[in-house]
Design a protein around this ligand. Structure first.
Ligand code: AMP
Ligand code: MG
Length: 407
């Protein structure tokens, strides 16, 4: 048996990031940036008003107060999008809207709430409070200076990042494309089409679960169906899948049974690494590269396939997608066990399915989501986290425990 980190290292060594491609911003959400981006221009590009009000000379209104207003002549109006045509001279003001460029001569904005029309028309305004130089003005380059580094390679592009790229006029970006991943179930017992179950048959749940995990994580997902426990069928589907996809997930057929052919096929097609990983669930795991395509041979038990995906396949797929080395595995958080979390007395690290929720004291509390058998998918579905229990006695009620929060 090897520990999880060693198994993960073998996987990651064969999952090189996909070559960068240039994509329009609208197609870049969730992808990993493959270039350094600098701002070609300042954002905002000009000094503008942060409020609706009047562009003034601060010196003119230094003595203004509610009971001794300063009266200024209004010499123009500037909506957002307009270019200033006149300057603000001594004793003058320009009516200005949020986002409009600051006119020459003005160095402050008096907000409209602290003004009132003078003498009943718009030609003059009473300023009811002093304004400091620079007040309610957004300087040019306040967000980004021209030439500054905006984002580095390895940044995951979220909605805000894409907005920033739009704000500097970028039409496209170089990103690592997200891998397209095929999912193949294996097993003579599996029924995938909803027809009545015959003797010894069960329904294929892994395929939909794994396809859905891939979609949740932003990868492309391709359904490769069910292979029979037959070397030729597995080989044919695996080879076709490897041609169509950037990576493959199979489930089943990697344990010690007489009909576990995934290992044998992987061995024949690629540099197979079969592993017994010192974790519970998901001990058996096979990994190989078929025609340049990484193949993750996940165990067949439904909980095992999900946990194996989380701990071994997902980090490899994230590496294909260009995520940096420190962002491949989920960060763990410390939580409090609301009730004792037991574990078997072996040397494998146990990943207990738990429900995590905020406690009144602000910490995260976890409790078991139910039965912990690797075949029991329902408690796994109810769980939102895995509690990591190293070999030993488990965690008593009120004890601290490391938790991987699944989302
Ligand atoms: P295996 O790893 O092929 O020995 O399968 C281990 C257990 O998982 C067996 O009880 C299988 O019937 C079950 N199993 C395998 N594949 C699936 C699947 N796609 N959906 C649900 N259960 C499965
Ligand atoms: Mg099987």
């Amino acid at each position: 048996m090897i520990d999880l980190e060693a198994a993960r290292s073998r996987v990651l060594a064969d999952c090189a990031p996909a070559a960068p491609q240039r994509v329009p911003l609208v197609g870049a959400l969730g992808l990993v940036l493959a270039e350094e981006v600098d701002a070609p221009e300042a954002v905002p590009p000009f000094a503008s008003s942060a409020m609706d009000g009047f562009a003034v000379r601060a010196a003119d209104v230094a003595g203004a107060g509610a009971d001794h207003p300063v009266v200024l002549r209004v010499v123009g109006t500037l909506p957002a999008g307009a270019a200033p045509v006149v300057a603000v001279g001594p004793g003058e003001a320009i009516r200005i809207m949020t986002g409009a460029p600051l006119p020459p001569g003005a160095d402050a904005v008096a907000i409209v709430e602290l003004t009132r029309p003078s003498g009943g028309d718009d030609a003059a305004v009473e300023i009811l409070a002093r304004a400091e130089p620079g007040e309610h003005i957004r300087p040019a380059g306040e967000d980004l200076a021209a030439g500054q580094r905006v984002f580095g390679a390895g940044t995951v592009l979220g909605p805000g990042h894409l907005g920033v790229l739009a704000s500097i006029g970028r039409p496209d970006v170089a990103v690592h494309p997200s891998p397209v991943v095929g999912v193949l179930s294996t097993g003579d017992e599996l029924v995938g089409d909803g027809s009545p179950l015959g003797p010894g048959q069960i329904r294929d749940s892994n395929r939909l679960t794994l396809l859905s995990l891939l979609r949740r994580d932003g990868f492309g997902a391709v359904d490769l169906g069910i292979a029979r426990d037959d070397e030729d069928d597995i080989r044919r589907r695996m080879t076709e899948g490897a041609e169509r996809c950037d990576a493959l997930l199979t489930s089943g057929g990697v344990s010690m049974g007489d009909f576990d052919y995934v290992k044998a096929v992987l061995d024949r097609l690629g540099a197979m690494n079969w592993m017994q990983v010192a974790i519970r669930p998901a001990k058996p795991f096979a990994f190989g590269v078929v025609a340049g395509t990484p193949v993750f041979g996940l165990p067949g038990n439904p909980v095992s396939s999900m946990v194996s995906y989380e701990l071994l396949a997902r980090p490899g797929l994230r590496r294909l997608a260009g995520h940096p080395a420190d962002a491949l595995v989920r960060p763990s958080v410390r939580a409090v066990a609301e009730a004792a979390l037991g574990r078997p007395g072996d040397e494998r690290v146990t990943y207990t399915r738990v429900v995590a929720a905020a406690r009144p004291d602000g910490r995260i509390g976890v409790r078991s989501a139910g039965g912990q058998g690797s075949n029991l998918l329902w408690p796994m579905a109810l769980a939102n986290a895995l509690a990591v229990l190293p070999p030993g006695p488990g965690v008593p009620a009120g004890g601290e425990v490391e938790v991987l929060v699944l989302d």
